[in-house]
Design a protein around this ligand. Structure first.
Ligand SMILES: [Zn+2]
Length: 244
């Protein structure tokens, strides 16, 4: 993947996906001169499960917005937007799905990216919101062709590496019930994905993760650091559509 002077639009589900999931790639793209625009479809207000008080919830969404802004500065993301679709229900939006479709199309037409990154099969962590937003973006891009887009990638974990990646998932699944169980065959083979070497930007990725202080970044970073290099030093992308 060549990011030199590209315009990159990343469409994800939660504030922190840009750091935990593709932070190394975004930092690398930024260092290569890419102009990066980010969308989070939800405010991530389910990020702390035990809080039911509405005032507290409002407080959390404000905190998460501030954390995202800080992470974007670390990664070199030019602009970011946080939309207010329900966290944990992106796969079940009902009448709001049309609104999400419309906002994504408007964003694409405004940002005019040549590269789009969203979630691919298995959503990396198997989170239902991840899988859902990836499917929605992918479907919209099959309905309408844009002459400015050259590539669309879905970030994923290839099936050959899922077992090793489980140790990361096990630290997160306990905090939320929003995860699909997807059999390994629902994930692409390592032969069908492209990988981005993030060894040079790993420290920046971790710094961006640490900006999300409310999301227990130290626990996740400690798990990352135990992963084999093939998972720690690379992020994996399934080409969903390559136009040129
Ligand atoms: Zn997420």
């Amino acid at each position: 993947m060549d990011f030199t002077n590209s315009r990159l639009l990343a469409i994800f589900a939660h504030p922190d996906d840009e750091s935990y999931i593709v932070g190394g790639t975004l930092a690398l793209a930024s260092s290569q001169g890419a102009e990066i625009h980010l969308v989070s479809a939800t405010r991530g207000d389910k990020g702390i499960q035990h809080v039911e008080d509405p005032t507290e919830r409002e407080h959390i969404t404000n905190t998460r917005a501030e954390e995202l802004a800080a992470a974007c500065r670390v990664l070199g993301i030019a602009t970011h937007e946080v939309w207010d679709f329900p966290d944990g229900s992106v796969d079940n939006l009902g009448t709001k799905e049309e609104e999400l479709n419309k906002k994504i199309v408007e964003k694409i037409e405004k940002a005019k990216p040549n590269i789009i990154i969203t979630f691919g099969p298995n959503g990396v962590s198997r989170h239902r919101d991840h899988i859902a937003i990836g499917k929605i973006v992918h479907r919209l891009l099959t309905l309408k062709l844009y002459n400015f887009i050259t590539s669309v990638y879905g970030v994923t974990i290839p099936r050959e590496l899922i077992t090793d990646f489980e140790q990361i998932l096990s630290t997160r699944k306990k905090t939320t019930g929003h995860y699909h169980e997807i059999p390994l065959h629902g994930s692409p083979s390592i032969n069908d994905v492209e990988r981005v070497d993030i060894a040079s930007t790993l420290a920046t990725k971790f710094a961006a993760c640490r900006a999300h202080a409310s999301q227990n970044p130290e626990g996740l970073i400690a798990s990352f650091e135990k992963l084999p290099p093939v998972l720690q030093h690379f992020e994996y992308f399934l080409p969903l559509r390559i136009y040129s």
